[in-house]
Unconditional design. Structure first.
Length: 278
C-alpha cells in the first residue's frame, strides 16, 4: 500500500476508536459550556475549534482522563483531515498517555493504549523515511515495571505480612523446643526474608515515583539532545516526537531528561508534562 494512502487510513482507524464512545468524565467536571462546545466541535469535524476549546480547558487546570483522550483525538483528527500543524503527533500522544495515566476505567485505558500504538507507529514510519532510529518507546526499566504491578499500599501490606512471617519464623527457630519446630521456623524465615526485601524495595520504589517522578511527552519533531553545556551531541538524532521521557532537572529554557539509556538536555519548550492522578 502506498504511503500516501496509509496515513489517512491510519488515522481513520484512530478516529474509529473514539466514535460512538460514551465515557463518564472522571474527577471534577470541567466547565459545562466549554466542554460541550469542545465535544460538539469534535463531533462536527471542526477540529480547529475543538483543539482550541480542549486546550482552554487544560489551561484552566482541568485534569480529567476523558478530556485528555478527546483532546488527543482532536489533534489526531486534525492530522487526518490534512490540517496538521507542527507538534500535533506529539500532542496526540501526550493526550493518550495522560488518559492512560489518569483513568481507572479499563475500557478507556485500552482505547487510549491502542490509539497510542497507532500514533507512535506513524512517528516511527516518518523517522524511517528520514533515516532516523525507529525506537519511539523504550519502555520502563524492569524494576519500575515490577513496582508498577501493584499499588504502593499493596506493597506496604505485603511488607508487613512478610515481616510478621520472618519474625514468627525466627522465634520458632531460636526458641522452639522440638527439632521439627525449629526446622519449620528456619524454612519460614528463609522464605519470608527475601520476600520482605522485595516487597520493601517495591514499596520504596512506588513511593519514590509518587513523590518525585515527573514525566513528560516530547511534542516536537526537532528536540535535538545536547550536553549540560548546551552543545549538540555529535551524531545525536532528535528525540522521537510523542516519546515519554522522565524529567530529571531544569535549567532556564533547558530540561534534562532520561529516555531509555539516554540522559540528555533538550529545550523545555519541546516537552509537555503529564498530569498525574493523586
Amino acid at each position: 500500500m502506498k504511503l500516501a494512502v496509509r496515513l489517512p487510513l491510519l488515522f481513520f482507524c484512530l478516529l474509529a476508536l473514539g466514535t460512538g464512545r460514551s465515557v463518564r468524565a472522571e474527577g471534577p467536571a470541567p466547565p459545562e459550556d466549554l466542554f460541550s462546545e469542545a465535544r460538539r466541535a469534535l463531533h462536527d469535524g471542526q477540529v480547529g475549534e475543538a483543539v482550541a476549546a480542549f486546550e482552554a480547558l487544560a489551561d484552566r487546570g482541568v485534569i480529567d482522563a476523558t478530556l485528555s483522550y478527546d483532546r488527543a483525538l482532536a489533534y489526531a483528527m486534525r492530522i487526518r483531515v490534512g490540517g496538521e500543524q507542527a507538534g500535533d503527533l506529539g500532542r496526540a500522544a501526550h493526550g493518550f498517555e495522560e488518559a492512560r495515566e489518569l483513568s481507572r476505567d479499563p475500557r478507556l485505558v485500552d482505547d487510549a493504549s491502542r490509539a497510542l500504538v497507532i500514533v507512535r507507529s506513524e512517528v516511527a514510519r516518518r523517522r524511517v523515511l528520514a533515516g532516523q532510529s525507529v525506537e519511539v518507546d523504550p519502555g520502563r526499566s524492569l524494576g519500575r515495571t515490577l513496582a508498577g504491578l501493584l499499588a504502593e499500599d499493596t506493597w506496604a501490606a505485603l511488607s508487613l505480612l512478610w515481616a510478621t512471617g520472618l519474625t514468627a519464623g525466627l522465634f520458632m527457630r531460636w526458641l522452639g523446643s522440638a527439632p521439627r519446630l525449629r526446622i519449620a521456623g528456619g524454612v519460614i524465615a528463609g522464605v519470608a526474608a527475601p520476600l520482605l526485601a522485595l516487597a520493601a524495595a517495591m514499596t520504596f520504589a512506588t513511593r519514590s515515583d509518587r513523590l518525585t517522578l515527573r514525566e513528560a511527552v516530547v511534542v516536537t519533531a526537532s528536540a535535538r539532545p545536547t550536553d549540560e553545556r548546551g552543545i549538540t551531541l555529535a551524531g545525536a538524532q532528535p528525540l522521537p516526537e510523542g516519546a515519554r521521557v522522565e524529567r530529571v532537572d531544569a535549567r532556564g529554557a533547558e530540561a534534562r531528561v532520561r529516555f531509555g539509556t539516554l540522559d540528555v538536555w533538550v529545550p523545555a519548550s519541546a516537552l509537555r508534562d503529564l498530569a498525574r492522578s493523586e
